[in-house]
Structure formats: structure tokens, C-alpha cells
Design a protein around this ligand. Structure first.
Ligand code: CDV
Length: 306
């Protein structure tokens, strides 16, 4: 398929006390309205099944593991796959993954339109910190609860379209986009939970946060001539506000659909994958224009060195 009706299923807040079943019911309702609007692919946010639990400091590992899925699909999530298959909709969503070996990842999966998982991504760029940080207005403990993803930035052929995933903070790193761009990616899907204020700078509020998110996604799409879908979990989770601003972006870097609420909201766009070709064969024809002899520092060095 070269033309997809894509839905970005922004989700409103999920409170600590909300059950997985209640969340899945909301996702099913979004899927049903996506079907009514003719969607063939629906993208949900990062950690779509639960509250953004890394804001809470926990020492007891069984308390931490409560937020993780041991199988996908599991009993609670199977209805999502079944409903998506009935509607002929491919889906992508994020969740906390606990592997049989006891490893913890911030993960997203991609299905085809027959409800089969065809791709998995584990978040590479984990923001935040490991120990409780009393200097912050609130915690961001992804580095405590997850290990960095071990699958790289793979791309997946989904019925003739090359799709890739990243998660939240990954969108701010050009390396994320370029590694997928170098595989010819045509659609990058990502979910996010981005607090509306900076925990280390109370003065940095919503306007700047939304701008930086959009800047990251539109530049990543343009510089790699790919479609992009960025989907928020938004609103007030137990007193902690998350920003909305979900967008669908074309391969020229223009926003073609944008959410205007901080609740459950579906935005859609018809996306012709052949529109990626112009950029990929002209200004961003990597084979003709890249100069890898000057890019060594990108992979040989992590921090700033002179
Ligand atoms: N969930 C995230 O990765 N959030 C980060 C915040 C901490 C800045 C983000 O990049 O949006």
C-alpha cells in the first residue's frame, strides 16, 4: 500500500488508579472512530496503557513491575488486536515491557492490518535520572526503571510501506531520524509523555515545550523526506500536567493535522508515501550528497570534546 489514511490517537490523562481494562476501553473507542473515518493505521502514545509511572519514585521492585506487561498481546490487550483486525487497521502503541529474562524496556510495537505484530522498538534515549532528585519539582525516573533499548532503529515493511518507530525523547535526536532515513524510511511513528513544564526550570512552560516538540518532528521528517506521526498522552495525571500537540507531518516538514485538546482525540490525514520520493531523490539523496568522511565523531564520541 502506498496511500494510508492515518489516525493519530491522542490520549487524555490516565490516573494511577485507572485500570488497564478502562484504558483499553478508551483505546477501543478511538479505534472505532478511526474505522468510521476510514483509517488504515492508528498510532497511540508512549506507555499508552498506564499513567506515566516514571514520575513516581519506587524502591520495591514488585511495585515497579505492576506497571509492566509480561506478554503482548496479553489477556487485557488482546481485544485491541482483535478489534484492529476486524476493522483492518494496523496499530502502533507503547507499553512497559518485562521480558521473560526479567529485562525492562520502554517499548512500542507495530502490527499489520491483520493484527499481527510485525515490528518492535525499545526506547534508546532514556531521559531523566536513577536516584530520587530532590532538586527537581517532580521526578523523571526512566533511567531507574528501564534499560536502554537493544533493538536499534529498525524499519519494517508494512504492506509495501517502510515504517519505523521511536519513542518520546528519541524524537529530539537527529541520529534517531537519520538511522531510519538511511534505510529509506517512509513513515516514522512515535508516542510521547512530555510534562507541560520543565522539572528543572519552572519558567519553561507549555509554549516552548510544544515548539521544541514540533521543531524536532518537522525537521526530522523534512531532513529525511519521510512522513511522521507524533502522538501525545496529555492532560493532568494525578496533578502532573502533560502537554498535547499531537501532529501528523508530511515529507516537506509541514504539519497536516494537529490536535487541539488535551484529551482523547483522533486526528487524521491521508498520506501518500510516494510523496517521499522527491526529497529522497533530490536534496536528501543521501548516496549522492552525504560526506561520511566528516561524520566520524557522530559514532566515535558521546559527549563534547575538542
Ligand atoms: N517521556 C519522555 O521521554 N519525556 C521527555 C521529557 C522528560 C523531556 C521528552 O523528551 O519529552
Amino acid at each position: 500500500m502506498r496511500e494510508w489514511m492515518i489516525g493519530a490517537a491522542q490520549m487524555g490523562p490516565i490516573q494511577k488508579s485507572d485500570s488497564r481494562e478502562a484504558v483499553v476501553a478508551r483505546m477501543l473507542a478511538l479505534l472505532d472512530s478511526a474505522a468510521e473515518q476510514g483509517c488504515e493505521l492508528v498510532v497511540f502514545p508512549e506507555l499508552a496503557l498506564t499513567t506515566f509511572f516514571p514520575r513516581w519514585y519506587m524502591e520495591d521492585q514488585s511495585e515497579v513491575d505492576y506497571w509492566f506487561e509480561r506478554e503482548m498481546p496479553g489477556a487485557t490487550t488482546r481485544p485491541l488486536f482483535e478489534r484492529a483486525r476486524e476493522h483492518g487497521i494496523a496499530i502502533s502503541f507503547g507499553y512497559a515491557e518485562l521480558t521473560p529474562e526479567g529485562r525492562h524496556f520502554n517499548t512500542s510495537i507495530l502490527t499489520n492490518r491483520r493484527g499481527e505484530i510485525i515490528g518492535k522498538y525499545r526506547k534508546v534515549h532514556l531521559p531523566g535520572h536513577v536516584e530520587h532528585d530532590s532538586e527537581r519539582d517532580f521526578q523523571h525516573l526512566e533511567k531507574r526503571y528501564f534499560e536502554p533499548g537493544d533493538l536499534g532503529f529498525e524499519t519494517f515493511d508494512n504492506d509495501g510501506t517502510l515504517m519505523g518507530m521511536c519513542i518520546c525523547n528519541d524524537r529530539r535526536w537527529p541520529e534517531t531520524w537519520r538511522v531510519m532515513g538511511l534505510q529509506g524510511v517512509e513513515l516514522v511513528m512515535l508516542g510521547y509523555n512530555t510534562p507541560s513544564v520543565n522539572s528543572q526550570n519552572a519558567g519553561e512552560g507549555l509554549e516552548k515545550r510544544l515548539y521544541h516538540s514540533e521543531l524536532s518532528v518537522t525537521s526530522g521528517a523534512y531532513q529525511n523526506a519521510t512522513w511522521a506521526v507524533a502522538v501525545a498522552k496529555a492532560g493532568d495525571e494525578d496533578g502532573h500536567p502533560l502537554m498535547g500537540g499531537s501532529i501528523i507531518v508530511d515529507p516537506d516538514g509541514f504539519v497536516v493535522a494537529r490536535a487541539d485538546s488535551e484529551g482523547d482525540e483522533l486526528i487524521t490525514a491521508r498520506c501518500d508515501m510516494d510523496r517521499c520520493q522527491f526529497g529522497k531523490t533530490t536534496i536528501f539523496d543521501f548516496a549522492r550528497h552525504r560526506r561520511i568522511e566528516h561524520y566520524g565523531r557522530i559514532t566515535s564520541q558521546t559527549g563534547v570534546e575538542r
